[in-house]
Design a protein around this ligand. Structure first.
Ligand SMILES: O=C(O)CCC(=O)C(=O)O
Ligand SMILES: [Mn+2]
Length: 207
């Protein structure tokens, strides 16, 4: 998107979606993104959780990993993830994004789309542990994929971004209340992509 064409490493350009929902973008936030992609592929503990859908068990169509401050738990898609610390490379990235946004993120969820057949369906990151109007920072590595959004109460109202490797997308304000987002299949895309979403589980939700 041309709106986001220029960006210094520690800057964001903001796009108002509907007055109360904002997206921040820096398409070139992680410069050594291919090497971080490789490192995370090799070093993270990847799982393919199963979820219940209409009474049947299904493996999610991608791989997951989860890190964060020791003791923090996060329930996502019906799966409880438990954090047990940060790999050094993710700790560095978390600190960098925290100082850009002033957020205090304490977890990161990783999704590895092994090729264009791996996807994420429409959803919002509106778990109660994140509190109202959570700010979520999403870093993409590897292949570019479409990130599609639709308004909850007017599904014909859509937005679409191409999330390139190295980009940082920030969802803020009422994005999770007003909009749903998804990563659709990409026919013919053979290269992989890792997406990292930094989130802050509220202190009162940490046992
Ligand atoms: O892969 C992406 O860009 C989106 C990931 C996402 O929405 C999530 O982890 O909740
Ligand atoms: Mn999400």
């Amino acid at each position: 998107m041309d709106l986001f064409a220029t960006a210094a490493p520690e800057s964001l350009e903001w796009l108002e979606l509907d007055g109360a929902s904002r997206l921040g973008m820096n398409p070139r936030y992680v410069t050594d993104q291919q090497s971080l992609y490789q490192q995370l592929c090799e070093q993270c503990v990847w799982t393919q959780p199963e979820v219940n859908l209409f009474g049947k068990r299904h493996k999610v169509p991608r791989l997951n990993a989860f890190y964060g401050d020791v003791g923090v738990e996060y329930r996502y898609s019906g799966v409880v993830h438990q954090a047990s610390g940060w790999p050094p490379s993710l700790q560095v990235l978390r600190r960098r994004i925290d100082s850009l946004l002033g957020t205090g993120f304490n977890t990161v969820l990783l999704n590895w789309y092994r090729d264009g057949g791996d996807t994420m369906g429409y959803h919002a990151d509106n778990e109660k542990e994140l509190g109202p109007q959570p700010t979520i920072a999403s870093v993409s590595l590897g292949a570019a994929r479409r990130f599609v959004m639709k308004r909850r109460n007017a599904p014909a109202t859509k937005r679409e971004l191409l999330l390139e490797g190295g980009s940082l997308l920030v969802m803020a304000g009422r994005v999770q209340e007003e909009w749903l987002h998804a990563v659709p299949a990409s026919r013919g895309e053979m290269a992989g992509r890792i997406n990292l979403t930094f989130r802050r589980v509220l202190p009162q939700c940490i046992r």
